[in-house]
Design a protein around this ligand. Structure first.
Ligand SMILES: *[C@@H]1O[C@H](CO)[C@@H](O)[C@H](O)[C@H]1NC(C)=O
Ligand SMILES: *[C@@H]1O[C@H](CO)[C@@H](O)[C@H](O)[C@H]1NC(C)=O
Length: 268
């Protein structure tokens, strides 16, 4: 029993210090007002603009791609003097069967935003290895350049790791998604791995990230834990579908001093 108590105590300590950190992050996330618009635009460039619906069609994929290319209304960007900076989202993220549509739509829009695809029996990953590998191959053949792989969690739980370029918090299809305590553990694992090997692994929180405020909290968390060098699309992505509309609303408010009515931001 003593051993048991001891363990409980240790894990509570860890738990408390993580809770503590979460509070600190939330307190620190109030980015100075004048910098807020700039940080929000930066957040846009990290978004993997995502649609993962059973009823995705080529037309909503087209809309998604248009939004990826023109994430913020042009006049708002002009007001911030950011209209010629080529701000787009980092990627679009779709199911394998929709990669073709996305590649076609982005090509038509004349841009080279990467197409990411969730392959490998997303979201459960419980299909045969053979079909999962084939799924990746087909998505790549259709033009996906980034694949979000659902890993075999029994391999993780038994410590049988292989490398990857990025680690992602969650599929967004679970009841609990990207949370700060989990993120801190993952970011520190990335930091430890960098210290040990010199390899920089990217981080992608995903699922349930909806508010502009949340996106700033994620940015500051990554900045605090890993430093500015991780704040680039090669090493940091935010998987999200509705976040961009909230960011655009906040920028609208910043520029005009009013809250946007529905018809003000029709493409959101
Ligand atoms: C996951 O890995 C374990 C251990 O290698 C294996 O037994 C199991 O079949 C794998 N699961 C899937 C869905 O591939
Ligand atoms: C997790 O993400 C999914 C997809 O974005 C969302 O439907 C669900 O409500 C989220 N759960 C929480 C607790 O935010």
């Amino acid at each position: 029993p003593r051993l048991h108590n001891r363990r409980t105590w240790v894990s509570e300590c860890v738990f408390l210090s993580i809770l503590d950190l979460t509070e600190q992050i939330q307190a620190r996330r109030s980015v100075k007002k004048e910098w807020q618009a700039a940080w929000l635009l930066k957040a846009v460039t990290f978004i993997d603009l995502t649609t993962l619906s059973g009823d995705d069609t080529s037309s909503n994929i087209q809309r998604l791609c248009y939004k990826a290319k023109y994430p913020i209304r042009e006049d708002l960007l002009k007001a911030l003097n950011m209209h010629d900076k080529g701000i787009t989202t980092a990627a679009v993220c779709v199911y394998p069967a929709r990669v073709c549509d996305a590649v076609k739509a982005l090509k038509a829009a004349g841009c080279n935003i990467p197409v990411a695809s969730v392959a490998t029996g997303f979201p459960a990953g419980q299909t045969h290895l053979k079909t999962r590998l084939e799924e990746i191959r087909l998505a790549v053949e259709d033009g996906a350049t980034e694949i979000d792989v659902v890993i075999n969690r029994s391999l993780v739980l038994t410590g049988q790791w292989e490398g990857s370029d990025f680690i992602k918090t969650s599929t967004g299809k679970e009841t609990v998604n990207a949370t700060f305590p989990v993120a801190i553990v993952m970011l520190r694992a990335i930091r430890d791995f960098f210290w040990k090997t010199g390899n920089k692994i990217g981080f992608k929180p995903a699922g349930g990230i909806r508010s502009a405020k949340d996106s700033l909290a994620w940015l500051s968390l990554v900045k605090e834990e890993l430093g500015d060098e991780w704040l680039k699309p090669e090493l940091f992505r935010i998987g999200a579908s509705t976040l961009l509309s909230d960011i655009e609303r906040q920028i609208y408010h910043h520029v005009t001093g009013r809250y946007a009515a529905y018809h003000d931001l029709p493409m959101s």
